[in-house]
Design a protein around this ligand. Structure first.
Ligand code: ADP
Length: 521
């Protein structure tokens, strides 16, 4: 039987912003727990601030001067009377020093023990723990490579292509694929300098680069009483720049045997690191074999798909664990039902290499209806700035099976409109109707594969008007190119059409079936 205990906290501060802060507040409010937001100067009117019962300023817009300043966050918690701090994800969520500072200030850290975070947050140390507990790892160096000669020796032994990875890495940063020995020197310099500026640690190690892997990860949840369960997997192979944009569960390719094997491996690893709280053990899968990749010692962006199929509230589980309560359920109680897909709505321009696209949200029409969940961090009037991650919302669909989950999320994406910033919405619509995604036969190359195919398609076709969503987007792109060319104006493509800028004047063109019509305000 599943038991949900009410944690004893009376007030919690969330050291984060956007949709994740709002997500945590929701569980708190359902549990009768008071909520405290923190905000930078840029976020004074942000939705996460009004979603909390109290809010405290913590500094100027740059994260280094606000969301990453331990003292300011702890001071806000103390002023507000919060007993505990939830870090969300990103910012300080995987920072063991921050976790310790929270505990030293007499507050409860809602996350894993700092020592487990340190052990698993270091990718080479985590690989050693995995190997020692019979969890297969991607072939690679056990230690960081000291210099070019060591990297070259590793490359020779492992065989190209290889991938250089920051030991302290995260978010796809400090990673460089190296196809041949000639590319090694430049790639090593780049990986080191990116790792230094992102993590303050330039150590990198070498892994074999798997050419067609799938990214499949296992959600674990452990309490402080020795109970640890795994809550199914998430397939996260739809990525750009090694970062996820669509996640689904169950994975279209796992057999029940492989799923159980991977789940048990994840639990072994968590137990070996004396873990408690929510964690994700990430694996790469190639040719029916799985390899440990890394552990994320926090709640993940894509946790809602797991919640949709298991019926659990992972934030509530986390709060209970932090309060010292036992999990209240066992492995046999975890019986995922149906299929769930999440798409991440980024304010980015897919036609400009997914560059962030700042601006003000002028209009948002979010979908709803059966089986739809929308976790959103913006509102009309919100500013999307370059200071923070451009993830603005997540759309999740649940259905009894994968085919119906795909139909449902496609329907919801058709309803979804955001005006004011360029988003990846049209791109997501196209991805979801792309055959390899629909059939489930895809790997981490799916995005680049689709982009390449689209380029060839646009180059080779006459403009005769669109039929499906993907074609509509291609049509808009082609007409936009013609408008920019003939009017000598600059502009950008939005979800609904095209914005052109000429002599300081902006015109908006929206697509109406087969036509682009100039928008009259
Ligand atoms: P980060 O911690 O920066 O997110 P990960 O180690 O989790 O980095 O890897 C992120 C993504 O990069 C993976 O999902 C995968 O697509 C790609 N990747 C990482 N290591 C390898 C590898 N050895 N071979 C192929 N792809 C890899």
């Amino acid at each position: 039987m599943l038991v949900t205990a009410k944690p004893y906290f009376s007030k919690i501060l969330v050291a984060n912003r956007g949709e994740i802060a709002i997500r945590v507040f929701r569980t708190c409010h359902e549990s009768g727990i008071g909520t405290v937001a923190v905000y930078s100067e840029a976020d004074r009117t942000a939705p996460h601030v009004s979603a909390a019962q109290q809010a405290y300023p913590i500094g100027p817009a740059p994260a280094r001067q606000s969301y990453l300043v331990t003292e300011n966050i702890i001071e806000a918690a103390q002023k507000s009377g919060a007993e505990a701090i939830h870090p969300g994800y990103g910012f300080l969520a995987e920072n063991a020093d921050f976790a310790e500072a929270v505990q030293d200030a007499g507050l409860t850290w809602i996350g894993p023990p700092p020592d487990s975070m340190r052990l698993l947050g270091d990718k080479t140390a985590a690989r050693k723990v995995a190997a020692a507990h019979d969890v297969p790892i991607v072939p690679g160096t056990p230690e960081p490579v000291g210099d070019l000669a060591a990297a070259a020796a590793a490359g020779k032994e492992i065989g190209y292509p290889i991938i250089l990875k920051a030991v302290a890495g995260g978010g796809g940063k400090g990673m460089r694929v190296v196809e041949s020995p000639e590319e090694l020197e430049g790639a090593l310099k780049m990986a080191r300098s990116e790792a230094r500026s992102a993590f303050g640690d330039e150590s990198v190690y070498v892994e074999k680069y798997l050419s067609h892997p799938r990214h499949v990860e296992i959600q674990v949840m452990a309490d402080t009483h020795g109970n640890c369960v795994w809550l199914g997997e998430r397939e996260c192979s739809v990525q750009r720049r090694h970062q996820k944009i669509i996640e689904e569960t169950p994975s279209p390719i796992l057999t029940p045997e492989l799923r159980r094997e991977m789940g048990e491996a994840a639990v072994r690893l968590a137990e070996a690191a004396s873990y408690s709280g929510a964690g994700t053990v990430e694996f790469l899968l190639e040719a029916d074999r799985y390899y440990f990749l890394e552990v994320n010692t926090r709640l993940q962006v894509e946790h809602p798909v797991t919640e949709m199929v298991t019926g659990r509230d992972l934030v509530l589980d986390l709060l209970c664990v932090a309060a010292g309560l036992p999990l209240g359920y066992e492995q046999r109680d975890v019986q995922p039902q149906g299929s769930a897909i999440e798409v991440r709505i980024y304010a980015e321009d897919p036609d400009n290499n997914f560059f962030p696209s700042p601006g003000y949200i002028e209009y948002i029409n979010a979908p709803s209806g059966p089986g739809i969940r929308h976790d959103c961090g913006i509102d009309v009037g919100s500013e999307v700035t370059l200071h923070y991650d451009p993830l603005i919302a997540k759309l999740v669909a649940w259905a009894p099976d994968r085919a119906r989950a795909i139909s449902r999320i496609r329907r919801a994406l058709e309803e979804y409109q955001i005006i004011g910033v360029t988003t990846i919405l049209p791109f997501l619509r196209e991805l979801l109707s792309y055959e390899p995604f629909q059939s489930g036969a895809y790997d981490t190359n799916i995005v680049s594969q689709m982009v390449e195919e689209r380029k060839r398609h646009i180059a080779g076709r006459e403009i005769s008007g669109p039929s499906g969503e993907g074609e509509r987007y291609a049509f808009i792109a082609a007409v936009a190119a013609a408008i920019f060319h003939t009017s000598k104006s600059e502009g950008f493509i939005t979800g609904r059409g095209v914005d052109t800028q000429s002599k300081g004047h902006t015109s908006r063109w929206v697509s109406e079936g087969r036509e682009l019509r100039q928008w009259q305000e």
